[in-house]
Design a protein around this ligand. Sequence first.
Ligand SMILES: [Zn+2]
Length: 109
Amino acid sequence: MKRQRGNYVRDDKSTDDDFKLIESLAPLFEPIVALKAKMASLGLFTHDRELLVCPACKLTEDVTFEGYLITYHADDAKSSIDCGLRFEEVDEVRLRCPVCGTYVANKPT
Ligand SMILES: [Zn+2]
């Protein structure tokens, strides 16, 4: 059985000490979470998941030297030029290709 308190989900194996430790560390992670959100809003790749390739249409993600997330079609003669499309996050485990709608697994790094 899982119980949730705030942003944290705990299972029956968690002790009160585990939970107190997580709660005490949470404020330390808030600036990191805010920084990642800011990076994503600027178009930078946050490296919290693997880069994607759509198995159906081959839309491919890559990261520029400056750290920006881009997409291109692998079979395009002008590949590595950003086509401006982005995979859409459906939930924690799936993203959807903006070209063909195929679901691609979200693999955290
Ligand atoms: Zn696709």
